[in-house]
Design a protein around this ligand. Structure first.
Ligand code: ZN
Length: 663
């Protein structure tokens, strides 16, 4: 049993995690491990729920801009039917534009919000459209070709009228920020302990008398055609619900889509967060409000997922042994917890992504967003294991390892054990590290002030580093041998000393707490090694060394490095337990903040040569149902081979339900 539950990260497979690159985008793929182990009933549920997810696709395009659907459809017709030269500059620029449009669900950048510049000519487009029997309203040409028209999707610039200057479709044209704010201020109920998230599921527009009113996203309202399809598939899913609570969840969601009532939405969320028994789970709806400059109106998104049982087994092993880890840690007995309880991290496997989670998803989910629901009922928080793994695997093939790891032997070590020990380090950090140790009586938890977050992350990371090298993990069946941890030690030092610098702009210091903590640990250990070598002679346990003008990390003594991590853990726990502000400040300022500008320049130059795209997104797998004679599903087949354009054209063919104009 123990050997079987080893994570399978080192298993060789031929799956390709990276796909095409265009503009500033790298397309990736993710696997859905464990799908085949689901029961037919669960597979059927996943199938219906992913249909419900994909059916909402058009909604986000329309929310992101009122011309997006028309532009997408006209462009897809050209893409499919154009008989002219498909290799000339205009067509190629057009193709990149269309892929960016698909990626962003609209004509603005998904992250920066700036409108795409068209690198093909207007004349070319007019001819191409005519040649395939398509057309666009005259008013839409400047939307494509004039960079000053609808230039930002969500404008957040202080001082601008954020509503008037945002091209997103949450407010009808001509509505000002002041009008919208007043509309909602008047409707805010005073003293309601359970306030709904006002404006969440509607567009604000003018009625025939010029007065503002909400047009609600619901069956029979705005986006009726798409939401009716979503409801159709949710109804199909109902009989296959994974728990009695989940059946109530799905029913409540259907009721909400039918009524658009935000109180029903709150009730749905409460049921959803209470449902922790179901193996298969989902998010489907108007959820995050980043796309609205006023932060009220939510974009549509969907994800279907199921519990990652292997990862959960892993974290359960750690949490049931929490007291052992606490008792055996290198920190002073005064700072240890007498009764220690680990938490079991919840890891899920994504089966499909859609709406605002596709193709560029979050790797964790923490919902619902309603403040009062979170206050009174809590929230569900999960990490999406197969997406994290896909990012890591794709990074492996990126050339970073070849460029920054010192030699073949170390590269092999990282290749073999890197993923496995990285997951374990994260588990140790989350399940045990943050929960370990205690404050001395009378220590104010806020004493460390601005340095508190970095010290806390360093504490959890060091707990993970110290224990990933412990024979106890091999005994528990979590590491295969006492070699594996070296992969984690090497990549940790390499990241803290070198590669995390690629995320810092030249001339800047390190600001973010997790990055500061990694720099702190790595630089502290490096200095310690240098001092010990000076005092005792011999090689330092870890050093920075140059080969052919390039700087590398070299670890000469992994066991000694573990001792340093243990010593620093003991010191950082002391700082935290005693609330020693001065010591916290010294550690962070001396080791975690400053950047060596010569080294920084070198790292940036080496990174730039690798030509890596700053933004990444995932192509979805494909699910096909096999139907029995009685119409029920007898099997669900999962495949990965589809190309990005192929997937987008299929979605536009099979899941496009909204009219061009939605008012
Ligand atoms: Zn943490």
């Amino acid at each position: 049993m123990i050997a079987l539950s080893l994570p399978t990260a080192q298993a060789a497979d031929n799956f390709s995690y990276t796909d095409e690159q265009f503009a500033d985008i790298q397309m990736l793929r993710y696997q859905v491990p464990g799908f085949d182990q689901l029961t037919l009933r669960q597979k059927t549920l996943v199938y219906y729920l992913q249909e419900a997810s994909l059916s909402g696709r058009d909604i986000l395009f329309d929310q992101n801009g009122r011309y997006n659907l028309r532009i997408r459809r006209a462009f897809e017709k050209v893409y499919a039917d154009y008989k002219g030269d498909r290799t000339d500059n205009d067509f190629r620029a057009f193709e990149v534009y269309l892929k960016r449009l698909w990626f962003s669900s609209g004509i603005h950048h998904h992250y920066g919000c700036k409108k795409f510049h068209a690198d093909f000519s207007e004349t070319w487009l007019r001819n191409a459209l005519q040649s395939v029997g398509a057309s666009l309203d005259e008013a839409i040409y400047p939307v494509i070709f004039d960079d000053s028209v609808m230039s930002m999707r969500t404008n957040q610039k202080d001082g601008d009228d954020l509503v008037l200057t945002s091209a997103g479709n949450y407010y009808a044209p001509g509505i000002t920020q002041a009008e919208a704010e007043e509309f909602y201020a008047q409707r805010k109920p005073a003293g309601d302990p359970h306030p709904v998230m006002m404006g969440l599921n509607s567009r604000l527009q003018r009625n025939e008398w010029g007065m503002l009113e909400e047009r609600t996203y619901r069956v029979g309202g705005l986006y009726d055609a798409a939401l009716s399809r979503v409801v159709h598939w949710l109804e199909k899913a109902l009989p296959y619900a994974d728990s009695p609570m989940q059946e109530r969840v799905i029913r409540k969601l259907i009721e909400y889509y039918r009524t658009g009532d935000l109180r029903t939405f709150d009730a749905y969320n409460i049921l959803w967060l209470k449902d922790t028994d179901a193996t298969v789970d989902f998010v489907n709806g108007f959820t995050e409000t980043y796309g609205d400059p006023l932060g009220m109106k939510a974009s549509w998104e969907g994800i279907v997922n199921f519990k990652d049982l292997a990862a959960t087994t892993r974290t359960e092993k750690l949490s049931t042994n929490a007291q052992w880890f606490e008792d055996n840690s290198p920190v002073d007995a005064r700072f240890k917890k007498e009764k220690c309880k680990g938490i079991s991290a919840k890891v899920i496997t994504a089966a499909i992504l859609s709406g605002d989670l596709y193709p560029s998803p979050a790797i964790g989910i923490n919902l619902p967003n309603s403040d009062w629901v979170r206050r009174d009922f809590g929230s569900k928080s999960v990490t999406i294991g197969n997406l994290t793994a896909a990012y890591a695997k794709a990074a492996r093939g990126s050339g970073m390892g070849k460029e920054f790891i010192i030699d073949d032997q170390t590269r092999q070590l990282v290749e073999q054990y890197g993923d496995l020990t990285d997951d374990l380090h994260t588990d140790l950090h989350e399940c045990l590290g943050h929960g370990s140790g205690k404050l001395l009586p009378g220590t104010d938890p806020d004493t460390l002030k601005a340095y508190g977050a970095t010290i806390e992350e360093a504490r959890a990371d060091l707990f993970g580093l110290y224990y990933v090298a412990d024979p106890k993990l091999t005994e528990l069946g979590l590491t295969p041998n006492m070699e594996a941890y070296k992969a984690q030690f090497y990549t940790y030092m390499q990241n803290g000393l070198l590669t995390q610098l690629v995320r810092i702009k030249p001339g800047n210091n390190i600001e973010e707490a997790h990055m500061r903590n990694r720099a702190l640990i790595a630089h502290w250990a490096l200095e310690k090694a240098t001092q010990e070598a000076k005092a005792n002679g011999g090689q330092p346990a870890v050093e920075l060394t140059k080969r052919k003008g390039k700087t590398y990390v070299r670890v000469n003594d992994y066991a000694a490095l573990r001792t340093y991590f243990g010593q620093l853990l003991a010191e950082i726990q002391r700082i935290k337990s005693e609330g020693d502000y001065e010591a916290a400040r010294n550690l962070v300022e001396n080791y975690g903040v400053k950047v060596n500008s010569t080294l920084h320049k070198e790292v940036l130059a080496r990174y730039e040569k690798l030509n890596l795209s700053p933004y990444k997104g995932f192509i979805n797998p494909r699910y096909e149902a096999v139907y029995a004679a009685d119409g029920s599903i007898s099997d669900v087949r999962l495949s990965y081979g589809e190309g990005y354009a192929e997937q987008m054209m299929r979605y536009s063919r099979d899941y496009s339900f909204l009219p061009d104009v939605n008012e």
